[in-house]
Design a protein around this ligand. Sequence first.
Ligand code: NAD
Ligand code: MG
Length: 418
Amino acid sequence: MSDRKNLVRRLCILGATGSIGLSTLDVVRRHPHKFDVVSLSAYSNVDVLFSQCVEFSPESVVMVSEPHAEQLKTLLVKKGLESIIVYSGAAALEEISREVTTDTVMAAIVGASGLMPTMAAVNAGKRVLLANKEALVTSGAIFIEAVKASGAQLIPIDSEHNAIFQCLPIEAQNTPGYCELASNGVSKILLTGSGGPFRTYNIEQLDSVTVEEACAHPNWDMGQKISVDSATMMNKGLELIEAKWLFNVEPEDIKIVLHPQSTIHSMVQYKDGSVLAQMGNPDMRTPIAHALSFPDRIESGVEPLDFFNTPAFEFQSVDFVKYPNLKLAIEACKNGQGACTALNAANEIAVDAFLNKKIKFTDIYKINETSVNKFVSEEVTSIDDVINLDGRVREFTTSLLVNYYREDNHAKADRDNY
Ligand code: NAD
Ligand code: MG
């Protein structure tokens, strides 16, 4: 056995209580001799983080919300686990990300809140498993420059990007963000998307869809924000921007292909006519296991595809009238970093308002479009610029919401406890 196979990876899992965090720990649980969970983070979900502490005995955890951190400490003391250090506050996320006792950071916080902790891991030269696409969308070239400068190893978790990564030559895998795909024979990236739960709806029907319907993705079980993004196909737009940066290509080099079955997770087309696809059942444990053990392969708990009982593969082009958010994101990608940072911030505010039943599903686009148009030509060349613009866009977008409030807005639902 080689040394590499005996290596124990020391993990920090940011966003441990979310959908990706839980899937990550499910893979880790199957390989106790390969992974050591050193640190975990959550926003406020005490029960789940507590049970993860009991099972994985991390050295430290971050509970961003202070009152929830206090509750967690009390539970840990009662259980005799007071040696686990509990931090609170967003700044502590950066501390655990760059902590010298870890070598691998799973970046699975949702939204731009994940940017600074993910950047901290990048700057510390870690092996960064990137689920938090919003971090890359909001900071693009700045993020990739930091990867290059620190020598961090970047491995995509997003199923499409992980699929593309798997279909690329080794040289490109070793230099994500600054590989030359054309000189490696690649002619196009084929980014697949299911079309979400409303693919067969007509445009009039979209006006009255509910939060529950938007969050019920036909193939994937995900957190609420990305589920809504999948329903509007903003997710595919964010993924196109993510692909531009991860694979050093232009939007024109990426073709979006609707594939409702979500069995092919994306493809790479080569100059000679070959198209390489990565396939599997739609379960995030496959890309997570791949990234955790890369370049080795480990069991993930995902059943292999049964080709004799798999629905026939379908492929369609995208109807941008039905999915205007996707068009908006493609244009933002062409317009530059200010537009992308604004798009992401506006969308986070609009999706949150939809999830809280304040606005209609179709208002997400109108709000996003107004905000992106306002900030489209902003210059963004540093992380401080990103944070500054992100804050201004959030403020502006929040001020727009009142124009769209639903008449039954008093029925505001409490969001799930993170
Ligand atoms: P989720 O909502 O299920 O979990 C989010 C995690 O982030 C939770 O642990 C939560 O406690 C934490 N969190 C939330 N707000 C925070 C804040 N302000 N500060 C610190 N921590 C905070 O989300 P998810 O579906 O697991 O998605 C996580 C990321 O992975 C997203 O960027 C998403 O786009 C990406 N992703 C998810 C999937 C999927 O299948 N779920 C697939 C591809 C990519
Ligand atoms: Mg994806």
